[in-house]
Design a binder for this molecule. Structure first.
Ligand SMILES: [Zn+2]
Length: 112
């Protein structure tokens, strides 16, 4: 997804290639989270997964909006679905182009 820039913080579906610990700095999770934009020398970018961020927020006394979480999951699902369907559409277009070329060749042969 790699969207929603928020100043230094970037929400990512998976940790970036230069992420410290190759995932969440706290639990090593490689699921979605936030790249903090903080670069740790010799380690990489400080990334935190959404689970740890949620726990941090709860410990800090913030309530987590359950409905908002549900929408986040739906958004993530729809993004994956969209990516997959876009790839399928591109594949179908390639097949249709190939079919069109084959038909044109067959028609050209038939005229001779
Ligand atoms: Zn984590």
């Amino acid at each position: 997804m790699a969207v929603r820039d928020h100043g230094l913080f970037r929400k990512l579906v998976t940790p970036a290639a230069d992420t410290a610990h190759s995932g969440c700095y706290i639990c090593n999770n490689v699921a979605g989270g936030v790249d903090t934009g903080v670069y740790i020398d010799y380690e990489g970018s400080l990334f935190l997964c959404t689970n740890c961020i949620k726990e941090l927020a709860e410990v800090a006394g913030m309530s987590v909006d359950v409905e908002g979480e549900m929408h986040e999951r739906e958004l993530e699902y729809l993004h994956h679905e969209n990516t997959s369907l876009t790839a399928e559409l591109a594949d179908a277009r390639d097949q249709l182009d190939a079919f069109g070329i084959a038909v044109a060749r067959a028609q050209a042969k038939g005229k001779h």
